[in-house]
Design a protein around this ligand. Sequence first.
Ligand code: SAH
Length: 220
Amino acid sequence: MAKKDDQDSAETRLARLILALRSQGVSEPAVLGAIETTPREVFTPDLFKERAFEDSALPIACGQTISQPFIVGLMSQALKVDKRDRVLEIGTGSGYQTTILSKLSRLVYTVERYRTLMREAEARFKALGLTNIITRFGDGGEGWPEQAPFDRIMVTAAASDEPKALLSQLKPNGILVAPIGKGPVQSLKRYTGDGKGGFAIEALTDVRFVPLLDGVAKEL
Ligand code: SAH
């Protein structure tokens, strides 16, 4: 497989990735389209560029990871994003998931606790000509109260418990998708507002995310 990948063009690798996502249940055309038009190699460190079209998570700076494309597709689909939505994303990381969300929505607000990752992601958004992403260096666990309420919220780091602060920044009929759990394997949960301050909660699948940490990183 690795050898075959070496010989194949970027186009073929991308087509194979899209097929793999489809076969695993990512069927929403807008989501597949966003993944298809986002060059993942731009978000991947030099050392791993060859593996950018593999359906696997890869290491990025600051000991973090760029999510697996299947999980990015699954979470984007689960969030049911509309072109008119304002979306809050917690955990910018490489900015790959942010870019997918920016193609599905009106405006994305994204928060990251590492300055280095934030700067690198901002440079990528600029290079790709994405103008509907607003970034913030800070503790995403607190959300972005000044810009709340949001139509949709996606958390791309694992919260140990129900993310109450974030749920309070969701519109009454909004949707929040987040990995919830303390261990190495978490449950991907979807909270759908019932319009009266309550939520329907669904467990979608098991996932492995880096933890949502308190405060901003002291290191760069
Ligand atoms: N969506 C990213 C995946 C990033 S991994 C991508 O596609 O590349 C999770 C990210 O969440 C890491 O960059 C980590 O630094 C960040 N993170 C963890 N806790 C956070 C917090 N409290 N506030 C903001 N970002 C946080």
